[in-house]
Design a protein. Structure first.
Length: 380
């Protein structure tokens, strides 16, 4: 594609993103001050259509980008605006305000992205399977109910409500919790089994039947931290976009989004693909040529992936684009952030936002959880 076609394609994508209307040669000349005649632009548009970068809907005189056109735009014609310094400060404050545990930070990330992009945001909780259990405390709330508080390396805190035998008092519960911590502290979550935690029963003199009930509840609470949690925000925002006036199209999309674990699984697959690409050491151009949209990166931004229309391996996403990136807490813990919107999205702005939020989230997590002076501990 020569420079003139690139200029015209970029103008068409920008105009269609703004108006959601097929673009004609006359409007391009008027709105973008192109140094070409209308006749020249019409000829170039016709050639771009033959090359598969544009499509002509129905009998309209204008054209709109195809999936291939959007892909060329994202890979070769995109400019990424900078995030203003004052917004950077506000985001970091937003993420850290009243932060008590990882779940809150993830929820805040999803909320912020949905608000700033006006699209749907998806954030996955980190994978904790490879982390170790540093501390565990079981605290009475009321007879029959308690809370299990876990501190995972590197200092991430999780809590779960559990049911306990009503005959167990606070002193007994504390004794059981200490026994569990002695047995499990330092063990990787992957290595903790029901048999492992059952050995804690040998360290107490309480009735075995009562202890085993608490041990089982504590075991379930620990294993629940390995389950990927999906935080979705902004579903209603998509209804404001013209693409969702088509009820059938909107219905197919929302049917897919209701299957949250399937969406999470797809995002995990994208992360694995990203890691493979990074391990191979391919530069951006090579990735574009070998696997369109697989990975794009800049030195000052985290890597991100863009999937457009038919590239998304999920039903109901044919008219959408899906931008994802991987955030990290320390070296071994990672999760995914994603933004889903119509193919007619402001790619540069979305990529800038998701890349910045990734960096801010990773920085806030490191400051909150991994610095020696701020590591989370639980006092007896």
């Amino acid at each position: 594609m020569d420079d003139r076609k690139k200029t015209i394609l970029k103008a068409i994508v920008d105009d269609y993103v703004r108006t959601c209307e097929p673009v004609g040669s006359k409007s391009l000349v008027e709105r973008y001050n192109l140094n070409y005649s209308s006749a020249t632009i019409r000829n170039e548009m016709a050639e771009l259509e033959e090359m598969g970068f544009l499509v002509k809907p129905h009998t309209s005189a204008g054209r709109m980008p195809s999936d291939k056109g959007y892909r060329a735009y994202v890979d070769n014609l995109l400019s990424l605006p900078e995030i203003p310094p004052e917004e950077e400060i506000a985001v970091r404050h937003f993420l850290t305000e009243n932060l008590r545990e990882a779940r809150e930070m993830i929820e805040r990330t999803a909320e912020y992205l949905a608000e700033k992009t006006n699209y749907l945001s998806v954030v996955l909780s980190p994978q904790y399977s490879d982390t170790s259990l540093e501390q565990i405390k079981i605290m009475m709330i009321e007879p029959g109910r308690a809370i299990v508080v876990l501190v995972l390396s590197p200092g991430v805190v999780h809590d779960r409500l559990i049911r306990i035998p009503s005959l167990i008092d606070e002193k007994d519960l504390n004794e059981i919790g200490q026994a569990i911590e002695r047995c499990l502290a330092g063990k990787r979550l992957n290595d903790i089994t029901l048999v492992t935690i059952s050995s804690a029963a040998e360290e107490t003199e309480l009735p075995e039947a009562l202890v085993n009930q608490v041990l089982y509840e504590a075991y379930v609470a620990i294993k629940q931290t390995e389950r990927i949690e999906v935080y979705i925000d902004g579903k209603y925002r998509l209804l404001k976009h013209p693409e969702f006036r088509d009820v059938d199209r909107a219905s197919r999309f929302y049917d897919t989004m209701r299957q949250e674990q399937m969406v999470a699984g797809y995002m995990r697959e994208l992360e694995q693909e990203e890691e493979i690409n990074a391990a191979e050491g391919l530069d951006t151009l090579e990735k574009i040529e070998s696997a369109p949209g697989a990975l794009a990166t800049r030195k000052d931004r985290p890597a991100y992936m863009v999937r457009i229309g038919q590239e998304i391996a999920l039903n109901g996403m044919e008219d959408m684009s899906f931008i994802t990136t991987t955030y990290r807490i320390g070296r071994r813990i990672s999760g995914q952030i994603g933004v889903i919107g119509p193919k007619r999205m402001e790619y540069g702005n979305i990529i800038s936002q998701i890349s910045f939020v990734n960096k801010a989230l990773s920085d806030v997590a490191e400051d909150h959880y991994t610095l020696g002076g701020d590591r989370q501990t639980l006092e007896d």
